[in-house]
Design a protein around this ligand. Structure first.
Ligand SMILES: [Zn+2]
Ligand SMILES: [Zn+2]
Length: 187
């Protein structure tokens, strides 16, 4: 099982295309449908937020390659099909994380406090194929775990570090992207 590196963001990439979701479509039946997601939203709203969250639209995305995302302004929450095909048991957890974003748009200190109270993590897990375009590959000097990252940064190993960043286990860059500017995907 992967342990996410410290200081990483739940969002790992965006806008990429062609994860072979077709391959997974037979498994879609294992995931709750949109109406069940709406019920789950209501249930979590009642249980954790005293029904105070504004209504939001929850839907599946076959293109999203992070666990989920939330647009607080338009109150739209999307959950990734490809992610939850791998981790169907995390649907509720991801939804709860995204619901918190209706109150706290970013992973700021207030978000983290609320997330900790609810037992909600900031990071999503990695799985084979979720980071085919990862631009940076890091390795832990302690346990040799390999991390795939979309962004450069000072991060330390999630397995070896205690709470928070630990410079003794600062990840070592193995691979970085070519210097030529990339054309950004348009959608
Ligand atoms: Zn988040
Ligand atoms: Zn390590």
């Amino acid at each position: 099982m992967n342990v996410p590196p410290r200081q990483s963001s739940r969002a790992t990439s965006g806008g990429a295309k062609s994860l072979q979701t077709d391959l997974f479509y037979p498994d879609l039946r294992r995931l709750p449908g949109t109406s069940e997601l709406a019920l789950l939203f209501n249930r979590l709203n009642e249980k954790h937020f005293d029904n105070k969250l504004p209504p939001a639209q929850v839907s599946w995305s076959t293109r999203l390659r992070i666990a989920g995302n939330c647009r607080p302004d338009s109150r739209e929450i999307r959950l990734s099909v490809s992610y939850h095909i791998h981790f169907p048991e995390e649907v509720e957890h991801t939804l709860l994380h995204e619901m918190l974003h209706l109150i706290y748009p970013t992973h700021d200190a207030a978000f983290k406090r609320a997330a900790e109270k609810l037992g909600v993590s900031i990071n999503c897990r990695e799985y084979p194929g979720v980071h085919p375009r990862s631009r940076f590959v890091y390795i832990c000097p302690g346990c040799r775990t390999v991390y795939h990252r979309q962004k450069r940064g000072n991060i330390s190993c999630g397995k070896c570090s205690g709470n928070g960043y630990d410079p003794r286990f600062k990840l070592v860059l193995q691979k970085s992207p070519p210097r030529t500017p990339r054309v950004r995907p348009t959608s």
